[in-house]
Design a protein around this ligand. Structure first.
Ligand code: CYC
Length: 157
């Protein structure tokens, strides 16, 4: 069962996309995924750009500051937050944190340390995204995805 959910997720992941409405309905019926999760996945997908934008505004300093010396680093940050939101949404649909361990956290801490990316600042940004997600999509959807943001933070701690 989980293998098939994983294969659907992988096909979207390869395109860098969120699970679309048709696939969500199919997964819901085939695997009895709870309606609140399906709704959360759809509403997060439709608001992803805004969620990332607000999380950045809330947690990161503007380019030129000490924390983020260049525009390139700022862009890498926005991109990483995009990854976290998309993968947390996949993990929520699968009801399983394995996807976060295997596709996101595996080697990430070492990469950040090697590049001088602050783990504390990254965790702060993920927590900001957690709050913003609840604000933007409502507390029900926020509640569904929260454990997966927590898992990312724990993996970077
Ligand atoms: C860099 N972030 C990176 C790198 C990886 C990831 C692999 C090094 C290679 C690159 O720059 O592309 C993360 N890559 C991922 C993830 C996936 C992936 C999660 C999904 C599978 O494919 N710096 C900050 C902020 C934080 C940040 C707090 C944003 C939240 O101060 C992020 N990530 C950041 C920065 C870099 C980076 C600044 C670039 C570091 C550098 O090149 O100097």
């Amino acid at each position: 069962m989980e293998n098939t959910i994983t294969s659907v997720i992988t096909s979207f992941d390869l395109q860098g996309k969120y699970i679309d409405g048709g696939a969500l309905q199919q997964l819901k019926h085939s695997f009895q995924i709870d309606e609140p999760k399906v709704e959360a996945a759809a509403i997060i997908r439709d608001n992803a750009a805004e969620i990332v934008k607000e999380a950045v505004a809330k947690s990161l300093d503007v380019p030129g500051s000490d924390a983020l010396p260049t525009t390139r680093r700022y862009a890498a940050c926005v991109r990483d937050l995009d990854f976290y939101l998309r993968y947390a949404t996949y993990a929520m649909v699968a009801g399983d944190t394995t996807i976060l361990d295997e596709r996101v956290l595996n080697g990430l801490k070492e990469t950040y340390l090697a590049l001088g990316v602050s783990l504390a600042a990254t965790i702060k940004a993920i927590r900001a995204m957690q709050e913003v997600t609840s604000d933007v999509v409502g507390s029900a959807a926020g509640h569904e995805i929260s454990p997966y943001f927590e898992h990312l933070c724990a993996g970077l701690s």
